[in-house]
Design a protein around this ligand. Structure first.
Ligand code: F1P
Length: 347
């Protein structure tokens, strides 16, 4: 993972629209709104990008599940930048949604993709190639984290085009991005602690993942990874939704994983976690090193070594992926080739 992210950043010498291809300078300036189309993990990358683009660039973003988009009577806007995200670039639903958007009169199309020769890249006038290399497993891992890097760069370029990123801020952002591979290495070093959790998960049949704000899509991705490779039924909720239904499921048989970095939503999240603890739920909390979350009988915590601000979802995603991976190892499932799934869904 650190190498895939370093490779993806290798050609990034500055925050420049040209990173997204010839003509991107004009296109990104014209953009009045962004529509993101994707499936599976790539869709969750898109949900994360919505937070980034709206807060950094103040451009409104819609994120649509590509397999649904063309069946809805949505309202097209010609100044929309349509961003299609796909690791393989061959996902039939994502290609169909993109073509539908074009037919609706939205020709500003950008592909975020890992395969240079894919249909998606061929069809989009603008593209950013992630450098995840070959993903052996069906479930997207480094494909996902490198998509997040690409989307963060897009948010920065849009912000710059709107005068929201001065030279000083650009330097700081580049520094944070370049440090990412090292910070990811520090998350990978947490593996022994994650293995100990995974051994406890292996005997369970259900799990709940909670996050808030920017880290809600990380919870969604954590639940998806666990489902895909360990076949444990997992659901993710924004933690504030607990009391609107999922709290009824909480019991000591269902581990509850919380993505809990030190951000402005942590206090709210803590009170949500308290509701879980009060009902006998076992909490597994991923938090920052200096977090005020204290372990207790029903609360275990794994602390990530640094707080990473807006880029923190990339680090927390690694922890989720490791948890799913080691749970699958403990259950003896075929991690690279999960039953019923295909690497690219071309029909
Ligand atoms: C989309 C996706 C992956 C998932 C699996 C099936 O693929 O849903 O997220 O892990 O591989 O396909 P893509 O469009 O990103 O290639």
């Amino acid at each position: 993972q650190p190498r895939a992210v370093a490779d993806t950043l290798a050609d990034v010498l500055g925050i420049m629209p040209e990173l997204f291809g010839d003509g991107a300078y004009q296109a990104l300036r014209q953009t009045g709104r962004v529509l993101i189309l994707a499936c599976g993990s790539s869709y969750y990358a898109g949900l994360t990008a919505k937070y980034w683009i709206e807060s950094l660039a103040r451009v409104p973003v819609e994120v649509e599940i590509a397999s649904e988009y063309r069946y809805r009577d949505s309202i097209p806007h010609p100044d929309t930048l349509v961003v299609a995200i796909s690791q393989s670039g061959e996902t039939a639903d994502t290609l169909a949604a993109l073509r539908f958007a074009r037919e609706q009169g939205m020709p500003l199309n950008l592909a975020i993709c890992n395969v240079a020769t894919s249909a998606l890249v061929r069809e989009c006038p603008l593209h950013f190639l992630t450098r995840a290399g070959m993903e052996i497993g069906v479930a997207s891992t480094k494909g996902f984290t490198t998509q997040l890097v690409a989307l963060y760069l897009l948010a920065l370029c849009l912000a710059q085009g709107r005068g929201r990123l001065d030279d000083q801020a650009e330097l700081q952002q580049l520094k944070a991005l370049r440090h990412l591979p090292k910070a990811m290495g520090a998350v990978l070093a947490l593996e022994p602690q994650i293995i100990a959790w995974a051994e406890r998960f292996a005997g369970k049949e259900h799990a709940l993942f909670l996050g808030r704000g920017l880290h809600y899509p990380v919870a969604l991705e954590g639940a998806l990874k666990l489902k895909e490779i360990s076949y444990i039924h997992a659901e993710a909720y924004p933690a504030g939704e607990l009391k609107h239904g999922p709290l009824a499921l909480v019991s000591e048989d269902m581990p509850v994983v919380a993505v809990a970095p030190n951000d402005k939503l942590l206090e709210k999240l803590k009170s949500n976690l308290h509701e879980v603890g009060a009902r006998g739920g076992q909490l597994y909390v991923f938090c920052d090193r200096d977090s005020a979350i204290e372990p207790a009988d029903n609360i275990s915590a794994i602390r990530l070594t640094e707080h990473y601000g807006a880029l923190s979802p990339i680090l927390y995603t690694l922890a989720m992926q490791l948890l799913a991976y080691h749970t699958a190892v403990a259950r003896g499932t075929d991690i690279d080739k999960p039953r019923n799934l295909a690497k690219s869904v071309t029909v």
